[in-house]
Ligand binder design. Structure first.
Ligand code: SF4
Length: 699
């Protein structure tokens, strides 16, 4: 058995469960990962990614020196691998980057910049990034991958109750009475959460309602499985609400005390009977009734959802229909209740909390609120832009119109995550200046002019915030690779250089001793964080925000007495069709998502031994469709949409219904987003990754 030189506590770098891990290190290499049994949120549990997937930290392709493109300044630019770059000193790379940024700023002004914060880096890194964007560049054009996963949930929950965070904690899951899982393949996307949910069913007799077109593993534990036609979620939840109103199963006391708009809403769903929903969704009316009664009659019931709800042209309406149900039954503000969007990346909650969004500073304080903005201006010592900035896809549009001239991408890979990649690539080819900062070269940084090497989660300190708002520490376990530096420290250096090149006499302030000092500044500007600091996180192994004072215990569940908007509001909804429905030419519906062994664009998992287990892109096809197309298991098949074509392996399974195929989006060599379209939810601006029309042909 190998003896560890040291065992370092950290937080898993993959999904939003935020599992606590012990990194066992010998001779500066992590050789084993396990989990402490006495610490939330995972209490000793890990999935395959957390346990076996962190070897990417030692991958030889890690970036170790700043890189400058050999054909620097030439456009249109082509994607190049590492051989298309030359190594540079930090001095040269940062000076050149600062000069280009200052030139573009002088020539085109603050709105010429589009910037990407990151759900993979720490809260402290993201705080400094948004301070650089707002305080130095003077724009609010900052967004990140939250836009592409849960923007619709955020928008809907902000409308309904005034807060978008998951309302209850992971610790409550094993004691649930009734719960709905919809649009979430939980056992693959949030595997440790799925173990607590299954424990509730198996050990505590909880009743699970699954609403999902795919026969995901959670359906095996379901009391009721509503297999709706893809894109018909609103019809199902409206019909459940109709049953609850018609049978007077709603919580009158809660509705009177804590909601508004009930009468109008009840009126709006009069005709949304289960029979009507059956014609829209294909789900038997009696199953809808059974689900409605189960949810409404429970003393406590919770709703969990994933990107199947949010990544849709009617994602906001999908999530609003869930909020309507919770308000109707008063299933909010108590343990075991709640509205819980399961966040994807490990720090997607934290990147949003730290101000990585175009309309808000930290903890969702609006940039166009004079009192809030003045507080930040006084602290930072600079004037700030009151105009909310552009979202990810609006930045693509603005770049296509040559309004945006520079992208600064920290730890993100938009050329894997954006829809309709051909269009996004075209935009990147013609950008005046692209600055990337990451741990590997990826499909986006292949277009960069300068790449700055950053440290990974295992080489630095700071905090991540998981899906249930628990702020947790990471600690350095191994030395930085080569000359890689922490993101916050790179940003501070760059910010000072840009300020210098712009001839500024005042500075927003970029001198920090360490991430703990950055957190102190963020907390000083953010009432919801004021009770949290690094020493407390060390002592308590994490704290749930809001936590307004040092003697506050933190908030595992929210909304006990009130909602941030005061009363919760019901929203009448109308069922609308999907953005792209199948036709004779493109007869199959494509849905995209994750598999257990990989993560997002595959930047990390495809450089770990997990790639040996799941090495190739696949398409999940129903046996009936496989016969019609003439496909056998393992055959290569071309999948084509109106935007592009990819080649993937056939996986014949009844998991997806006939007429629908499913492709994981982790594989750069067959990126599912070559096929998707960029039509968006009008309110949340999130693209629809769950429904586009494709044709299949043996390759
Ligand atoms: Fe990491 Fe998520 Fe797996 Fe936990 S469930 S080990 S956080 S990937």
């Amino acid at each position: 058995m190998i003896e560890a030189d040291r065992i370092v506590r950290s937080t898993c770098p993959y999904c939003g469960v935020g599992c606590q891990v012990n990194l066992h290190v010998r001779e500066d290499r992590i050789f084993k990962v396990d989990a402490p049994f006495d610490v939330a949120p995972n209490f000793g549990r890990l999935c395959v990614k957390g346990r076996f997937g962190v070897d990417f930290v030692h991958h030889p392709a890690r970036l170790s020196k700043p890189l400058i493109r050999k054909d620097f300044g030439r456009t249109p630019r082509q994607p190049v691998g590492v051989e298309g770059f030359r190594e540079a000193t930090w001095e040269e790379a940062l000076d050149l980057a600062a000069e280009r940024i200052a030139n573009i700023h002088r020539q085109h002004g603050p709105e010429a910049f589009g910037t990407f914060a990151s759900a993979k880096v720490t809260n402290e890194d993201n705080y400094v990034f948004q301070k650089f964007v707002r305080g130095v560049l003077g724009t609010n054009n900052i967004d990140h991958c939250a836009r592409l996963c849960h923007a619709a949930s955020v928008t809907a929950l902000t409308i309904a109750i005034g807060s978008s965070a998951m309302s209850n904690s992971i610790a409550e899951m094993k004691d649930l009475e009734v719960f709905i899982v919809t649009g979430s393949n939980t056992s693959e996307t949030h595997p440790v959460i799925s173990t607590f949910l299954r424990e509730a069913v198996v050990h505590n007799n909880a009743k699970l309602i699954v609403v999902d077109p795919r026969k995901i593993e959670m359906t095996q534990f379901a009391e009721v499985w509503l297999r709706q036609a893809i894109g018909t979620d609103v019809a199902i939840f409206q019909a459940m609400a109709q049953v609850i109103v018609a049978e007077e199963l709603y919580n009158q006391e809660f509705i009177d005390a804590r909601t508004e708009g009930f009468k109008e809403y009840a009126q709006s769903i009069l005709d949304c009977t289960p029979e009507w929903a059956e014609t829209v969704s294909g789900v038997p009316a009696d199953d809808i009734r059974k689900a409605a009664r189960l949810y409404a009659n429970a003393k406590a019931a919770a709703i969990y959802w994933g990107m199947g709800i949010s990544q849709s042209v009617h994602g906001t309406d999908n999530a609003l229909s869930l909020a309507n149900l919770a308000l109707l039954c008063g299933h909010l503000g108590r343990p075991g209740t709640g509205l819980n969007p399961l966040r994807g990346q490990n720090n997607v909650q934290g990147a949003s909390d730290s101000g990585g969004l175009p309309h808000v500073f930290t903890a969702y304080q609006p940039v166009n609120d004079d009192e809030v903005r003045t507080r930040f201006e006084n602290y930072w010592g600079v004037r700030l832009n009151p105009q909310p900035g552009l979202t990810v896809m609006e930045m693509v549009d603005a770049a296509a119109r040559q309004v945006i001239h520079c992208y600064y991408i920290m730890g993100e890979n938009p050329l894997m995550s954006e829809p309709d990649l051909k269009h996004s690539r075209h935009v990147m080819e013609n950008m005046e200046f692209v600055l990337a900062q990451d741990i590997f070269i990826n499909e986006s940084s292949e277009f960069a002019d300068i790449i700055l090497p950053a440290t990974s989660f295992a080489e630095k300190s700071g905090t991540f915030t998981n899906s249930d708002r628990r702020v947790q520490l990471i600690h350095p376990a191994v030395p930085a690779v080569g000359e890689a530096r922490d993101d916050w420290s790179i940003l501070c250096d760059l910010a000072k250089r840009v300020e210098g090149k712009l001839g500024r006499t005042t500075s927003a302030g970029f001198d920090y001793a360490d991430p703990a000092a950055i957190w102190q500044e963020m907390a000083a500007l953010t009432p919801a964080f004021q009770g949290i600091d690094h020493p407390r996180l060390e002592r308590e192994n994490g704290v749930h925000w809001p936590c307004p004072s040092p003697d506050h215990p933190g908030s595992p569940y929210l909304f006990e007495d009130t909602f941030p908007r005061g009363k919760g509001i019901f929203t009448p909804l109308v069922v609308t069709p999907g953005a792209e429905v199948p036709d004779l030419e493109y007869p199959y519906i494509l849905s995209t998502g994750r598999v257990l062994f990989h993560w997002h664009g595959g930047t990390m998992t495809r450089r770990s031994k997990l790639d040996d287990i799941y090495p190739e892109p696949t398409v999940e096809i129903h046996p009936q469709d496989a016969v019609a197309i003439g496909l056998n298991p393992g055959d290569w098949v071309k999948v084509r949409s109106r935007r592009g074509e990819i080649k993937v392996r056939t996986l014949i399974t009844e998991r997806s219904p006939a007429g629908m195929v499913f492709i994981p989006f982790h594989f750069a060599e067959a990126a599912a987003n070559e096929l998707t379209h960029d039509q968006r939810d009008p309110k949340a601006k999130i693209p629809d990754y769950k429904m586009c029309a494709v044709q299949l042909e043996p390759a």
